[in-house]
Design a protein. Sequence first.
Length: 279
Amino acid sequence: MEYTILNNNVKMPMLGYGVYQVAPDEAERCVLDAVSIGYRSIDTAQAYANEEGVGNAIAKCGVPRGEFFLTTKVWIGNAGYEKAKESIAESLRKLQTDYVDLLLIHQPFGDYYGTYRAMEEAYREGRARAIGVSNFYPDRYIDIHHFAEIKPAVNQVETHVFQQQKRAKEYMEKYGTQIESWGPFAEGKNDYFQNPVLKEIGEGYHKSVAQTALRFLLQSGVVVIPKSTHRERMEENFDVFDFQLTEGEMRRIEALDGGKSLFFSHYEPEIVEWFMTMA
């Protein structure tokens, strides 16, 4: 495993297992599979409705809690100091733990300053070892970084070979925040798994397109949390530490960057309206 050291000296695995879109009744089994393979970083969220399954798996797996790096996120429906504070306590109850290793604001909407104050309080009280944000574009990221007392340790944003977040990453590096990817495979968009560049480079190492893409992100300093409900895919995604891409190969994959989301933009009014229906 490779690690990054966050801005508060907390050690975070570069590769974890994400449970976005993992059904609540499947989460426990999937996380147990992931743990048995060797994953120790698990990423969930209030909005995923599977925190209980994650907590059950961690409680049952036999691995000490201290070996895990557990992430959850506060949803926009719980924005604001009081609601966020209550929701954090509820997340800890569902996860069957006294603390999480990383606590994030899930979306940059609602009273996220109130949410962040509740997260800062959780951090000071030892209920979160690190705090940060998710889906904060450079403008809102710079804003909250400037005014927050405890600086965001992580910003989790859409990041993959077709959207490498080069400009956003520059600002995160400037202000000492670790970039973390959601959607490292872009859910297969842009014919991702048939990309000729990724296939050709991967074949030279006897690696799949997915493994090559993950290796690129890791070498680019991006934390990744690929999701799969299939054990063989979890194993494949974990097997990315025995090869190294050359500088030339990295440049070829960098050239795939389109610089735009393959999902949605938080700047689009229609998208913001959609998020408001879930607040």
